[in-house]
Design a binder for this molecule. Structure first.
Ligand code: HEM
Ligand SMILES: [Ca+2]
Length: 924
């Protein structure tokens, strides 16, 4: 009873946290310091949200039941997952307990389901596939012979490519195709090298398939028997270093994600850039290898543009509950975790797939196999005006297979697969260096004067991109000459310039990094640049992950799906969810279809709205792809940010703005651009996705035998359209059916996309050794630090890093009675995190051993009672448990690590030294 902060937690029969002390439940950390936690056990009226020790008076506001559950008044960010219910329940707008600031009445978080399972890995040779005798006979000699032929094919490809060049068939800078290939699907020397290498493997496999007439269903089974290293192709794929002790025990993730998952020596690590996507289902390539899918009856599938034209309409369907932020944040998440690498010419330049005037090239010009251009129908109501028959489409680059074997083609991700803000910090060391100042942990910025004072920082310029493509607007659009200071912006992901909304989104995080870095430098004046940068990066990534799982994902897939898979964030304590056997790699179907749902949410115009929330003007998207000039006008960053929080979002459906379906990346003066819906459909075929029906099966939904079986999830009009377009119900493309699905209750997407997206976020949480709420990991925070991170909301980040003066607390949600606009200074309604727990405490209690290693004697913490060390054998690992004499504060050591909870910023490594456990202070 000497432990003042120790609070038991109870679970009600319903499985929800509530105020009734029924069954005491073991919490992970029974002794943890509960100062900042939601406390469920306060008798009488139940719990209350307790922000600090001061002014605590208990629950004042009487909250109605929400969804049949007891609810309490809390800051909006603690009710994000309940928003759909809260909005429908009268009387849920409340005043927070200290009388300052608006809150929301909602229950505590439901208990997470424990049985969320990721998809099974598709088998490399499905049961029941029997190999023909002559296929069984293929041996390593046959493979090497094919490799020889593959090598010759590399030579003819070079000749084809030279021919294109000599005949002046190129991708013209400034054209829509150039923007798509060069600015959007950017590549590096490294990725070009890898994809050229894997092209050799593809050509070799194609030779084998042709020579032995291997049937499509047998292709992968036989090819996958052969390892590259046993053939002439042994040098074509990169190798990766092993994980050294320093990396394994570092509290900071590596920039490229290497050793986040600890890979066995010689294996390809999971989640690092330039590695393949994984698949939810084994692919459906027409030849079993790389040819795009065909209809189940062997015929052609309908051309993507025809599907786009028949199913897609440009009519706004505004959301009743979401803001435009949902769309914009989703795109930012996408840019964190993936960027597909497109096939390039051998020298790395974009592959031309149509003539510059919109016609098909000759058969010889396609001999490299990198193009599958999209046919535009002659009577296309839009493109016919411009006599366009061919829409440019280069295939995605083949990846080096992670299994090191031959097999069907996989596609490649240029970014770290993890949720690690690589879109800000870079996915490789070079970019990471380019965005840093190397002073006081700060990132590079552009600082411009506005009269006598400086504007808030903008992203730094990308000098190289600015030379290739001016990000300035032409005089024809603005009426003035492009100002010389206008540059493309530089960030960790090159798609930052895709639109002004994207730029402001990245600007907020850039400023947050520099804001935190400055504060940390102030708190810990002995920290050097590297330490400040890494600590700041760790905090900002934790905020990012918290916002994704607390505020964003519940909107996309809904609370019940989150709960079912165990994706709800914890409100207190630590998680032990990490599973080293769960592959965090991005799913191909997530990148190529499901997470493209956002395209349906993109508004045709981006608005500028002032502090009074009055719209000043808007800009037409087609004029602003990779044109960032608007950002330079003082005040505009704020106006775009306010617009994102004000303009109602759209709904996911088969309505897409014409800016994307006719004018994507439009070259000024041309009048037309590309069609993103066609690109998405063609990309699905390029990547070998199965028909929509197969994913229904994967997701446990009824498999449709006839078109009308689809009426459970698709509207009669859409089903009718599909029936007229496709020969079979098994042929329907995943993307277009996915966006057309009826939405799941409380979710933004339908059940098939929700299922794929949920699986991905399960992997990104449980497969990330540095996930922010994990315990006992090198990257773990102390509990005090973690509880500060949990205070963060996206509204707070926008408030703190702009001149925006007010916001609704749940910024992904429209303003309403429960989600009213409040001043950015209301720290109760939109809580702020304190960095005090990151202040390093003077440490004197070290015993320096002869070898110079500092040992920590037992648990004699400065300023704390003398404690004791208890040695616990833990699976042969060195593990210790320390308690202070009152037993209130405990810390565990396992996995060779010990996280000390009483002195926040010191992390203590446990060293095995002649069998003795000891503590060393972490040296950064
Ligand atoms: C201004 C708005 C947007 C533009 C101009 C845009 C443009 C594009 C383009 C050109 C592609 C590549 C298409 C292809 O050739 O396969 C693409 C892919 C993609 N988009 Fe968008 N998009 C926008 C918004 C969004 C949003 C809001 C989301 C949110 C979920 C999103 C998610 C994705 C994903 C996941 C991919 C796959 C990327 C890859 O494979 O590298 N996009 N987008
Ligand atoms: Ca990443």
């Amino acid at each position: 009873e000497n432990c003042p902060h120790q609070q038991p937690t109870y679970l009600e029969d319903t499985g929800y946290y509530s105020g009734r002390p029924n069954h005491p439940v073991k919490s992970l950390f029974p002794d943890t310091n509960a100062k900042f936690l939601y406390v469920a056990h306060q008798g009488g009226n139940g719990g209350s949200y307790k922000q600090s020790q001061e002014g605590y008076t208990g629950q004042k506001f009487h909250c109605p039941k929400v969804g049949g559950l007891e609810s309490h008044c809390r800051p909006g960010k603690d009710c994000a997952i309940w928003y759909d219910l809260v909005r429908k329940t009268p009387g849920t707008s409340c005043t927070l307990e200290n009388g300052h600031g608006k809150g929301i009445c909602c229950p505590g978080f439901p208990r997470n389901g424990l049985h969320g399972k990721a998809f099974e890995k598709p088998s490399s040779c499905p049961k029941g596939v029997k190999l023909d005798d002559h296929v069984e006979g293929i041996n390593i000699m046959s493979v090497n012979e094919a490799a020889h032929a593959g090598h010759l094919r590399m030579g003819t490809t070079a000749a084809t490519e030279k021919n294109l060049f000599d005949n002046n068939i190129r991708v013209r800078p400034g054209s829509d195709r150039h923007t798509h290939s060069w600015l959007f699907f950017h590549s590096t020397d490294e990725s070009v090298k890898i994809s050229n290498g894997s092209m050799y493997g593809v050509y070799t496999a194609q030779q084998l398939v042709r020579r032995f007439q291997i049937k499509p269903d047998q292709v992968h089974c036989i090819l996958n028997r052969f390892e590259l290293k046993d053939t002439n192709l042994f040098k074509t794929c990169p190798t990766f270093p092993n994980c050294d002790q320093k990396t394994l025990t570092s509290p900071y993730r590596t920039i490229n994600g290497l050793c986040n998952n600890i890979h066995p020596p010689g294996h390809v690590p999971w989640g690092v850039p330039n590695t393949q996507y994984q698949r939810a289902l084994a692919p459906n390539y027409a030849d079993g290898l790389w040819m795009p899918r065909r209809s189940t009856n062997g015929g052609e599938l309908p051309p993507p543009r025809v599907i786009s034209l028949s199913v897609v309409r440009d009519v706004d369907a505004p959301s009743e509950t979401d803001t435009t932020w949902i769309m914009q944040f989703a795109q930012f998440v996408d840019h964190d975790v993936l960027e597909t690498i497109e096939a390039k010419l051998a020298d790395g330049s974009p592959v031309p797939c149509c003539t510059d005037d919109g016609n098909f090239l000759s058969v010889e010009d396609y001999a490299h196999g990198k193009c599958i251009p999209i046919e535009i129908p002659k009577d296309d109501p839009f493109y016919s005006k411009f006599r366009q028959r061919c829409m440019q489409f280069a295939r995605s680059a083949p990846a080096c297979r992670t299994d090191g074997r031959f097999g069907y083609v996989e596609q490649m991700n240029h970014n770290t697969h993890y949720l690690d803000l690589s879109a800000v910090y870079g996915s490789d060391d070079q970019v990471a260096r380019e965005v840093r100042t190397f002073k006081n942990g700060a990132l590079n910025v552009t600082r411009l004067r506005n009269g006598y004072h400086y504007q808030m920082d903008l992203l730094p310029p990308d000098e190289i991109e600015s030379q290739i493509s001016s990000c300035a607007l032409s005089k024809a659009v603005t009426g003035i000459d492009p100002p010389p200071e206008v540059k493309c912006f530089k960030a960790g992901d090159n798609r930052v310039n895709v639109s002004p909304y994207m730029v402001v989104t990245q600007t907020v995080i850039l400023r947050e990094h520099n804001r935190i870095a400055a504060e940390l430098a102030d708190l810990n004046q002995n920290w050097d640049d590297e330490r400040i940068y890494q600590e700041t990066r760790r905090i900002v990534i934790a905020q990012w992950q918290h916002i994704i799982y607390n505020e964003f994902l519940p909107v996309i897939i809904g609370r019940s799906k989150m709960q079912e898979l165990g994706l709800l964030p914890l409100q207190k304590g630590f998680s032990r969810d990490y599973d080293e056997n769960l592959n965090p790699t991005i799913l191909n179907e997530f990148a190529g279809a499901a997470f493209r749902f956002g395209h349906s949410l993109v508004p045709g115009k981006q608005d500028l709205i002032n502090q009074k929330r009055v719209k000043e003007r808007d800009i037409l998207l087609r004029q602003h792809f990779f044109k960032t000039q608007e950002i330079y006008t003082p005040g505009n960053v704020d106006k775009f940010l306010i617009a994102l929080a004000t303009v109602p979002g759209l709904t996911v459906d088969n309505y897409f703005t014409e800016e994307l379906t006719n004018h994507l990346f439009e070259e000024e003066g041309k009048g037309f651009g590309m069609d993103l819906v066609s690109l998405n459909i063609q990309r699905g075929r390029d990547h070998g996705f199965n028909g929509y029906n197969s994913y229904r099966e994967l997701c446990g939904l009824p498999v449709a035998r006839e078109f009308h079986d689809l009426l459970d999830l698709l509207s009669p009009t859409v089903v009718e359209k599909f029936e007229s377009l496709y020969d079979s119900v098994d042929d329907i493309d995943l993307f277009i059916a996915g966006v057309s699905e009826k939405k799941t209750e409380g979710a933004l997407v339908g059940p098939t996309f929700a299922c794929i997206i949920a699986d991905q976020f399960l992997r990104l949480k449980r497969g990330d050794r540095y996930f922010y709420d994990l315990v006992d990991r090198p990257g773990s925070f102390t509990e005090d630090q973690l509880n500060e991170i949990r205070k963060i909301s996206y509204a707070r980040l926008v408030c703190d890093n702009s001149n925006v003066l007010s916001s609704q607390p749940l910024i992904f949600k429209s303003v309403s009675e429960v989600n009213p606009i409040v001043d950015c200074e209301s720290f109760d309604s939109i809580p702020r995190m304190s960095l005090q727990p990151w202040k390093e405490v003077e440490n004197t209690g070290w015993h320096v051993a002869e070898d110079g290693v500092k040992w920590f004697p037992d648990c004699d913490f400065p300023g704390h009672d003398i404690g004791y060390v208890q040695k616990v054998a833990d699976g042969g690992q060195c593990a210790q448990k320390c308690k202070d004499t009152k037993g209130c504060n405990a810390f565990w050591a396992s996995y060779g690590w010990c996280t000390l909870k009483t002195i926040p910023t010191w992390q203590h490594r446990v060293q095995l030294n002649g069998g003795i456990c000891g503590f060393v202070p972490e040296k950064f």
